[in-house]
Design a binder for this molecule. Structure first.
Ligand code: HEC
Ligand code: HEC
Length: 445
């Protein structure tokens, strides 16, 4: 059986090779192959894509000065045997707070050991080994020469905006860039820091309050506006944190974030400098507002000009890469095709969803912003942004964010709940079967 199998394999492979050679020679002959190399536009596109992917996955923009240097997060992770404090965090603990492991960064021998259960998942030394391999998605470890001590730690965009396909084991697989990591408990990760007084000082509260706020976020959420306005809770007492959104399918979309702060490169610079604490230039005079953004105004976030700028040179590539990230296809069998087809007609017809979620962007071409009254919700999160509105969320790849709920704060647990909300708010008069069809369509996006 095996022999026949390999024998069979050889022929097509040779045929493909031959076809490739002929195509290559043909291409050279007509000049189209050289054309690709000579075309400065294609060359730049190629370079930006590669650079952007590297930045998205691996760049810390120097933020280790904050996460390691100031918050000393690495000390808790390493544990006292490896230059830190306490027992340390083993790979199981890291996976437990929703961190992901990139299986393609692991050498074959390590994969084998993992498969055989020969790796102690509670030993922080193994976390150090994974960090040394750049295998912990979104986290960069800085190790001593002998690799026994963890000296510092930094974070990357991929921490929140990538996950893995679980192809090796839960939490371990191939990277899925752009998919929000809805398992990641950002608050728990930051809460590992042995000293949060720098954050407490920024917010003007005590450290216990900061720890309480971090614990209130839960998986898949982060509060980017907390460091601008100091508001940690909604008026009804729920956390003010928002869900981590998708970072794929953003090409052609005008404004970004749930409240439309700006374009992709605007928000990329904002996050890299203000949230991740990377070393870079950032300018937005809208933040110099002591009433709306007291924390940002006090800290001078409206105009940040470090001696060295490690963010601005990366913005073009980063944007290019993000815009290239495709909307993933929902898995086969995850929705009913026939019902989804009926739902599609309702989406553009009776339910009128497409008036805001314009296909194929599923947001409005143009100024894609709405007042809270228009969509029938409170203004709390909108009021934390410059335009005090909500941005129409692009709906592509909705199946990747079924965990954590829908709308900026996850207030609707399921797509059915979202549809029920619209049905009531707009008085659509959808029947139960129509609602079900619409839900299947949303799951097909
Ligand atoms: C700690 C988690 C975290 C990290 C790290 C992070 N983000 Fe985000 N990102 C979020 C959250 C949460 C939002 C939603 C913010 C809001 O609407 O207020 C967001 C929003 C975005 C959006 C808007 C998406 C949309 O729907 O329009 C983009 C683009 C983005 N981030 C890119 C990046 C890039 C690039 C980096 C690295 C420089 C990065 N993020 C780092 C959590 C994170
Ligand atoms: C008036 C414009 C408008 C109309 C009409 C509209 N939406 Fe929305 N939609 C929005 C805005 C704005 C948001 C973001 C709300 C938030 O995050 O708080 C949103 C969010 C959503 C979300 C949540 C996406 C996520 O990732 O959290 C879904 C699902 C959705 N809409 C589906 C629909 C469906 C189905 C219809 C038709 C029944 C519809 N929308 C009609 C503007 C609209």
């Amino acid at each position: 059986m095996a022999m026949t199998g390999t024998g069979r394999m050889k022929l097509p492979r040779l045929a493909i090779l031959a076809a490739g050679l002929v195509a290559g020679i043909g291409g050279l002959g007509t000049g189209s192959f050289r054309g690709h190399l000579d075309d400065p536009v294609e060359r730049r596109a190629d370079r930006l894509l590669r650079e952007g992917r590297r930045t998205y996955r691996y760049d810390t923009f120097g933020d280790e000065a904050f996460w390691g240097g100031t918050l000393r997060l690495h000390e808790t992770i390493a544990g006292e045997d490896h230059g830190g404090v306490g027992p340390g965090v083993g790979p199981a603990g890291a996976l437990g707070v929703g961190l992901k492991v990139d299986v393609e960064a692991l050498p074959r021998s390590l994969r084998e050991q993992l498969r055989r259960g020969q790796v102690d998942l509670d030993d922080p030394a193994n976390t150090l080994a994974l960090l040394d391999l750049d295998a912990v998605v979104g986290v960069k470890g800085f190790l001593s020469h002998d690799k026994q001590q963890l000296l510092s730690i930094g974070i990357q965009c991929a921490l929140c905006h990538s996950t893995v396909d679980d192809s090796f084991a839960p939490g371990i697989g191939k990277r899925l860039d752009g998919w929000p990591n809805r398992d990641l408990n950002v608050g728990a990760v930051v809460g590992l820091s042995p000293d949060l007084t720098p954050v407490a000082d920024l917010l003007g509260v005590d450290e216990a309050t900061v720890r309480g706020v971090l614990a209130s976020w839960g998986p898949g959420k982060f509060d980017a506006e907390l460091f601008l306005d100091g508001k940690a809770f909604q008026p009804d007492g729920r956390s003010a944190a928002t869900l981590i959104p998708a970072a794929f399918g953003l090409g052609g979309v005008n404004l970004h974030t749930y409240t439309g702060w700006g374009s992709v490169p605007y928000w990329n610079a904002f996050v890299a400098v203000i949230e991740m604490h990377g070393q870079g230039t950032f300018y937005d005079p809208r933040l110099a507002d002591p009433v709306q953004f007291p924390v940002a105004e006090r800290a001078g976030f409206d105009d940040i000009r470090p001696d060295r700028d490690r963010v601005s040179p990366k913005l073009a590539g980063l944007q290019f890469y993000q815009l290239a990230l495709p909307v993933p296809e929902p898995p086969r069998g995850s929705f009913d095709r026939v019902a989804a087809q009926r739902g599609k007609e309702l989406f553009s017809g009776k339910a009128n969803c497409a008036s805001c979620h314009v296909p194929p962007l599923y947001t409005e071409p143009g100024w894609n912003m709405h007042t809270p009254e228009e969509i029938g919700i409170d203004s709390f999160q909108a009021d934390r942004s410059p335009d005090k509105r909500y941005r129409t969320t692009p709906l592509g790849g909705l199946f990747t964010r079924m965990k954590g709920g829908f709308y900026h704060d996850g207030r609707f647990a399921t797509v059915e709940d979202v549809i029920a909300h619209y049905d009531g708010h707009f008085g659509l008069g959808l029947t139960a079967p129509e609602k079900a069809d619409l839900a299947q369509f949303l799951k097909s996006l």
